[in-house]
Design a protein around this ligand. Structure first.
Ligand code: DQA
Length: 143
């Protein structure tokens, strides 16, 4: 089964970000990890990243139209994008929010997610394993 794994702004440059927070994998390595973890569970993961709110919303509309499950790291948009929240709310298949870090253990502005209320659940704080755990949860949800 095909799924979309969407990633928001600055995640394409994990190589430049604080590795004590986001870990050692650059985005291509993270993509390979997600694709392999997905394949192990029988999913075909289409992994995408964009710094653009518009492009992420276009992809969410595509997922809604195709009734595709979504694993989504909205990055900083998590904390303030009502437009992305509204697009996630239109999804027909299960959606899971993921974060590499644990936003609740970080700065106060990261404690708010405007996305969490419109997804099935949220997994954060486990580095790349956040995505693997989300894939396992998705598998259980889809039966
Ligand atoms: C993040 C957490 C967000 O607060 C941050 O803006 C990101 C990445 C994470 O994966 O830990 O860019 O979503």
């Amino acid at each position: 089964m095909k799924i979309l794994v969407l990633n928001g702004p600055n995640l394409g440059r994990l190589d430049l970000r604080d590795s004590t927070i986001y870990g050692d994998l650059d985005f291509p390595a993270l993509t390979t990890f997600i694709e392999k973890s997905a394949a192990d569970l029988g999913f075909e993961a289409d992994v995408r990243q964009s710094d653009s709110e518009t492009e992420l919303i276009t992809w969410l509309h595509e997922a809604a139209d195709a009734k595709l499950p979504v694993i989504f790291n909205p990055a900083a948009f998590t904390h303030y994008s009502y437009a992305i929240r509204d697009a996630v709310a239109m999804l027909k298949a299960p959606a899971i929010e993921v974060h590499l870090s644990n936003p609740l253990a970080r700065e106060e502005f990261r404690h708010t997610s405007v996305i969490s209320g419109v997804v099935h659940g949220t997994i954060g704080g486990f580095g790349p394993d956040s995505y693997r755990l989300a894939l396992i949860a998705l598998k259980a949800l889809l039966g």
